[in-house]
Design a protein around this ligand. Sequence first.
Ligand SMILES: Nc1ncnc2c1ncn2[C@@H]1O[C@H](COP(=O)(O)OP(=O)(O)OP(=O)(O)O)[C@@H](O)[C@H]1O
Ligand SMILES: [Mg+2]
Length: 501
Amino acid sequence: MFGKRTNDPSSVASPAPKPVGAPKAGAGSSTPTATQSALRPTTTPKATSAPPKPAPEPEKQRSHSEEYYDVKTTVFNALIDTIDLTQLSKLDAVAAREEIRDIVSEIIQLKNVVMSIAEQEELLEDICNDVLGYGPLEPLLARDDIADIMVNGAATTFIEVNGKVQKTGVRFADNTQLMNICQRIVSQVGRRVDESSPICDARLPDGSRVNVIAPPLAIDGPALTIRKFKKDKLKLEQLVKFGSITPEAKTILEIIGRVRCNILISGGTGSGKTTLLNCLTGSIDLDERIITCEDSAELQLQQPHVVRLETRPPNLEGEGEITMRALVKNCLRMRPERIIVGEVRGPEAFDLLQAMNTGHDGSMGTLHSNSPREAISRLESMIMMGGFALPVTTIREMIVGSVDIIVQASRLRDGSRKITHITEVMGMEGEVVTLQNLIVYEITGEDANGKLIGRHRSTGISRPAFWERASYYGETDRLAEALAASEVYDEHGNPVGDANG
Ligand SMILES: Nc1ncnc2c1ncn2[C@@H]1O[C@H](COP(=O)(O)OP(=O)(O)OP(=O)(O)O)[C@@H](O)[C@H]1O
Ligand SMILES: [Mg+2]
């Protein structure tokens, strides 16, 4: 995005100079004043006594001494006095950054600030980030190993790395600076966040999903949550490498995706639903027309014939909202072969199910729930709450007639993400929907480091209900092979047949 992430020249230039002018009031007023009161280092002072490497590395979690912030304030104030923001705003991001760096270097010399080269470099970066970018967030945004950034007010920022949530040394000068940065983020997509409209969803230019909730709703200062966009989305091979699924289960998923089963991906928050959905779309044949409906476009389909749709929240007057339901309904008039719904969370469930059983086989969606069984009841309640006056049995029959497979994703307590079920929706027994697991994950223990030990096992089904479909697509051999190669365990937990871990 902005200069810090310079390895990719195209990304540097992307956000036009527009934000340059914006920080005038925000960064200029908040950063300096804050130092006198709100700044308290969260960890031991470090910057002045033990300088880091010459170039500030994004991977480092930096925390600074009070002295560093004092110097930054002084330099920042001088910069704001010196610089002509109108002129600056005419430059592109790279040139603007160069300009600021030159002026800040001069100020440091003029003011006789004693700093090592490394500290100076870091200060230059910090100030450029404050003026041009997203301030203290920049080093975190530059890292590709972070899944989520969670800012709980100016002083506290957590990140999720490798499935584990950890606290960082990153902090903002004060809540005003944080709020200004939130504002800068949401204004890029034409939205506003303030006391009168304190909840806002947005997207960073790189595609990361952003949510802001501001005071007075957020009691301890603005809460900013960013689901980092992964440039290289995880592929099924990587999920195998991570142990999220077995190679055999990967093959089964590929077949399920290809042979146009209707699939629901169920899982908790951050369990990997969207990632899995994206993986599954990878098996769709290149000649199919696919329409995706999302709240915030996250999917990256590789096929040539894709139309991507995104919902729209209401404007400040509460008008102009386009709901997921409206999108799904509209989809049906667009001659889709497959409909992919990023997240089903309301009455659009009804329309998706209808689409699924009216010739749009191979449609897919994700929903929040903790097991395949719960996914069925979540669907039921979404339809009932949508005001459809249908008897529950009818809704269940509709679900059974539409959904072929439920894939369950879970984030386990050791931070690992697993695909815990590949389950078929079979039919009804009386009033109850019958499900059949093909592959399940079971936890068998925990090692000394708290890492969970478990295994994926097949339930021994050799002819799943979608066999006919697989046959139509010539996939039965591959399917039979994958099912036969999946581990089956007896009731004592011993592998039946060839053991393979
Ligand atoms: N199997 C996996 N192994 C490791 N990391 C994963 C796995 N699946 C997903 N992730 C990572 O976890 C993070 C969350 O994934 P994703 O966005 O797919 O979750 P989600 O369930 O859709 O979340 P939400 O409920 O917020 O929409 C991403 O950074 C993603 O790269
Ligand atoms: Mg998601």
